[in-house]
Design a protein around this ligand. Structure first.
Ligand code: ZN
Ligand code: FE
Length: 265
C-alpha cells in the first residue's frame, strides 16, 4: 500500500461495510458507499479528517443513505454510476467504464459491473491493490440479481476475475459466514475452502470482518467464480447440483437460483 494511506472498515446498518480511505498527511478521507452518515462522521471526527469525496457503487439505500447529510456537512462531491444518476440525489459526476476518479495522488479505475443493479460499478485502485465492488462479488458468494440478469452478472464476475490474485476485495456486506454454508454444500472436499471457512468462523467469533479477502483466494473457493471450470462442474454433479448444458452464464444463473432457494431473503 502507498505510504500515508490507510483503509478503515466501518460496520454500518445490519451487515454493511463503509470503507474509508484516508490520507493522514493531508487530513483527507474518501468514503465508499456511506450508508450511514453518523458512522462516517464519528470516524472523521475521531481521526480529525475532512471528507473530500464520496464514492457510490450503486443506488440501493444501504449504500447511499448517508450521502446527503455528509455532502451538506462537508461539501463532498458524490460520484457514482452515470446509469443510476436519477436514483442518487446530489451526484456531482456520473461515471462509466474506463473513467478515473482521483483522491489525493490515488487513481481509481471505474469498472462497470452490472447484474445486481443494471448500472452497478466497481472501483479499482491499482496502487492500493484494492477493489471496491459493492454488491457484485462477495466473499464465497455474489450479489443477487435485482435488476440485471445472469449473463450480465457472470460477465461482471469474469471482469473482476481478470484482476491480479493479490487484489484485496472490499465487498459491500459481511455475508461470508452465511455464504460459506452454501459453498460447503457444493464443495465440501475443497481443502482451500475448508481453511477459509475455519478462518472466517474464527474471525466472526471475535467480531472481526472477514474482509478484505485476496482475489486469488476467491478464485479457488468462491463457487460463483468457478462454474466454467470442468473440475468444479464434476464436483457440482457429484454433490447433487447437476450441471445442465455448457454455457457458463446459464450454469451460473442456475447456481444463483439454487442459492436463492437455499437462503431466501
Ligand atoms: Zn445492493
Ligand atoms: Fe447492499
Amino acid at each position: 500500500m502507498d505510504m500515508g494511506f490507510s483503509i478503515d472498515i466501518l460496520p454500518a446498518l445490519a451487515d454493511n461495510y463503509i470503507y474509508m480511505v484516508s490520507d493522514s498527511d493531508l487530513g483527507l478521507a474518501m468514503a465508499v458507499d456511506p450508508g450511514d452518515a453518523d458512522v462516517v462522521r464519528r470516524f472523521l471526527q475521531k481521526k480529525d479528517l475532512h471528507l473530500a469525496l464520496i464514492l457510490n457503487t450503486h443506488h440501493h439505500s444501504d449504500h447511499i443513505n448517508g450521502n446527503e447529510k455528509l455532502q451538506k456537512e462537508y461539501g463532498s462531491p458524490i460520484v457514482g454510476p452515470d446509469k443510476e444518476k436519477h436514483h442518487i440525489n446530489g451526484m456531482t459526476r456520473g461515471l462509466s467504464q474506463g473513467d478515473v476518479v482521483t483522491f489525493s495522488d490515488l487513481r481509481g479505475e471505474v469498472i462497470e459491473t452490472p447484474g445486481h443493479t443494471s448500472g452497478h460499478i466497481s472501483f479499482y485502485f491499482p496502487s492500493l491493490k484494492a477493489l471496491f465492488c459493492g454488491d457484485t462479488l462477495f466473499s464465497l458468494g455474489c450479489g443477487r440479481m435485482f435488476e440485471g440478469n445472469a449473463v450480465q452478472l457472470w460477465d461482471s464476475l469474469m471482469t473482476i476475475r481478470k484482476l491480479p490474485d493479490d487484489t484485496l476485495v472490499y465487498c459491500g456486506h459481511e455475508y461470508t459466514e452465511k455464504n460459506s454454508k452454501f459453498a460447503m454444500l457444493l464443495d465440501k472436499d475443497n481443502s482451500e475452502l475448508k481453511l477459509r471457512v475455519a478462518e472466517v468462523n474464527d474471525l466472526r467469533r471475535k467480531g472481526l470482518p472477514t474482509l478484505p479477502v485476496k482475489l486469488g483466494m476467491e478464485k479457488k473457493t468462491n463457487p460463483f467464480l468457478r462454474v466454467d471450470c470442468q473440475d468444479f462442474q464434476n464436483t457440482l454433479n457429484k454433490n447433487g447440483f447437476p450441471v445442465q448444458g455448457t454455457d457458463p452464464a446459464a450454469i451460473f444463473g442456475a447456481l444463483r437460483a439454487a442459492k436463492d432457494r437455499f437462503n431466501p431473503g
